[in-house]
Each structure stands twice: as C-alpha cells, then as structure tokens.
Design a binder for this molecule. Structure first.
Ligand code: KG4
Ligand code: ZN
Length: 329
C-alpha cells in the first residue's frame, strides 16, 4: 500500500511516500529556519504562510522522487495536531483535497504518534516497549503497546527538553535551533564546569521539569563562564535526567527495549549515555536516523498506514469526517 504523508505542524513543510508503513520511497523536508531564526523562535503566522508557498513544490518533489503519480497513491495522511493551528490547516487541507480528487481514503495522524512510529522506519521494534519522545514541543515517556496504541507514563511539567536547549542557546548567543548549536559548542567545553540541577517532582519522580534551567543558565552567564563550558554543563544535566528517568521507568515496567524519538534524539551525547545505561542494564535501545528524528512526513505516512490497517472499514477515512482533535492517537 502506497501512503502519501504530509507534515506541517510547525516550521518544517514535509511530504513523503512510504510503502506498507516501512519502505520510504521519498522523504522531502523544506525547513523554514531562515524565516524564523532572526526572531529566535517560530512565528506562527509566518510559518503558515511559508507552508502555503512550499507545500505544492514539496508534494510534487516527493511524488517525483518516489516515481509515483498522485493517482497511484492508495492512502493520504496528514498531521492533525498538536501544532500551530494555521500551519496544520495547510497540510490537512492539501492532503484531504488530494484524497478527495483521486477518490482515496484519508487518515489524520497525531504528530506524537508519528514521532513514536519513526524508529520503525529503520528498526524492528518489539511491543510493548518504552519510547522517550524528546522534541521542541514535547518531552514524554510512553509505553507503546502496539503500532497504534500508547500510554503516557511521564512527561515534562513545563518546558520540553528541546525548548530548554533552544532557550539556553538564545541566552548564550548560539542561534536557532538551539539543540544542535549547544551540542556543537559543548564538544569544546568542560561539562563539570557549571553546576546545574533538575528538580524532582515529589508526587511523581519520573516527571521532568526543565523550565528552571534557563534561569540557572542566565545566572551562570552573569559570572562570564566560557560559553563552551556552559553549553557542555547544560547538555549534561538534560541528558543525565532523560536517561536516568527513562531507564527507571523501563525497569518499573519490566520492559527491555527503549526507543528514542524527536529532534533531541539526534543528540550524540544523549545517544551515547542512553546506550551505555541500556548496555549496563541489559536493555536494547534504538533511535531513528536523524532525518526521521526531526519533523518529517515519512513518520506521518507510516503512522497513517498503521491506523488504517488497524481499522480499514472505518467510514470516516472515506468521508473525511474524522477530526480526532481530542483522540489519542
Ligand atoms: O522533533 P522536532 O524537529 O520538532 C518538534 O516536534 O518540536 O524537534 C526540534 C527540537 C528543537 O528544539 C531542537 O533544538 C532540538 O529538537 N534538537 C536537538 C538536536 N537537534 C535538534 N537538541 C539537542 N541536540 C541536537 N543535536
Ligand atoms: Zn515534532
């Protein structure tokens, strides 16, 4: 089954063609970093307008690279949320319009379900497993019971891990997006130079809270440390917190596979520390390749395929009435 997916929830305009939920025939991503970098964050109105300009080109390119005419697509899917409303509407409307034009079903996909599915594009996953989803908008740990069902076990109470990287990078004058910039600066820094701590939430010790880190970074900056040292120390505390809480949840749940997802899962330090902790505990850890960690449409097409396969006769797929705003996935 050939699935065309569209992702437009934030600042990436993306389209992909994926076969049977696994074989990526094309994966095109147009980033808008040039539009937003001067503001130090994503400007919703500008994002939506840029999606409108980019999407037709991105969709044509994805079909061309896959060698698939639009009429040969069996199923269309697009991210319905969470995300920026105006941005989401561009991708959703385009995917529904194409599905309607060629008489094929349309499946709306939860962006988080997409991220959780991404590692399946390169790896064999066992169910249930633990997924650490770390992106610019979300930081959560899930128990993933099947390709279409997952339960949130822990989450951030305030900032997402990627958001913490982005805010700290802005304070340090390292640019946007902050995660890769902090990672690069950290390579030349001493990670023990500045002391950071992440609080433990008393009622739920596995939840995260990263918002205090930006104040701590601002105060640390007043002492004029080397930016590289600050970046390395900042990265260390986030990575250690993510690793220790995720591994402790896996232990509590008795599950031996940890899957990472989201933009922050590109971070080499996080990958290395998680691998070391998992090797020590006898767990298996996998992560998507970098293009499938950050926002992309292959993960949306794959999740759309699994939703459809789980319930192929749902009339909503054909009459486009499913909105799913509150549903999960
Ligand atoms: O998954 P994603 O592309 O978009 C969201 O759904 O949010 O994640 C983007 C986030 C940004 O906050 C970015 O700074 C972070 O992922 N990120 C990283 C790295 N690459 C991207 N954070 C740390 N280290 C990286 N190498
Ligand atoms: Zn995302």
């Amino acid at each position: 089954m050939l699935v065309l997916g569209i992702e437009s929830s934030c600042d990436e305009t993306a389209c992909a063609v994926v076969k049977d939920g696994e074989g990526v025939l094309s994966n095109v991503v147009a980033s808008q970093h040039d539009v937003h970098s001067k503001y130090g964050g994503v400007v919703p109105e500008l994002a939506a307008r840029r999606h409108l300009e980019n999407l037709p080109v991105v969709v044509s390119e994805a079909l061309k690279r896959a060698g698939v005419p639009a009429g040969d697509v069996d199923l269309f899917s697009a991210t319905f949320g969470p995300g920026l409303m105006g941005a989401l509407l561009v991708g959703l409307s385009a995917a529904k319009g194409m599905a309607w034009a060629v008489g094929r079903p349309f499946v709306p996909v939860n962006h988080l379900h997409g991220h959780i599915t991404a590692a399946r594009l390169n790896h064999r996953l066992t169910y249930p497993h633990i997924c650490l989803l770390v992106s610019g908008g979300h930081t959560s740990v899930y128990r993933v019971d099947s390709p279409v069902s997952f339960v949130e076990l822990a989450r951030t109470r305030d900032d997402a891990a990627g958001e913490a990287f982005d805010k700290a990078a802005k304070l340090m004058g390292l640019g946007f997006p902050g995660g890769p910039a902090v990672e690069k600066a950290a390579l030349k820094g001493d990670e023990l130079a500045v002391k950071f701590t992440v609080p433990t939430i008393r009622e739920k010790k596995t939840d995260f809270s990263f918002s205090g880190l930006k104040t701590a970074a601002r105060l640390a900056l007043e002492k004029n440390p080397r930016v590289e040292d600050l970046a390395a120390s900042f990265q260390r505390v986030i990575v250690r917190t993510l690793v220790s809480r995720t591994v402790s949840i896996a232990r509590e749940q008795g599950l031996k596979q940890i899957v990472m997802a989201g933009g922050v899962a590109c971070n080499q330090k996080l990958r290395g520390e998680m691998k070391a902790a998992c090797d020590g505990a006898g767990y298996d850890v996998v992560w998507p390749e970098p293009v499938f960690c950050t926002d992309n449409a292959a993960m949306i097409a794959a999740a759309g395929f699994h939703k459809f396969a789980a319930n192929p006769d749902d009339p909503a797929w054909r009459n486009f009435t499913r909105v799913d705003a509150a549903a999960n996935p």
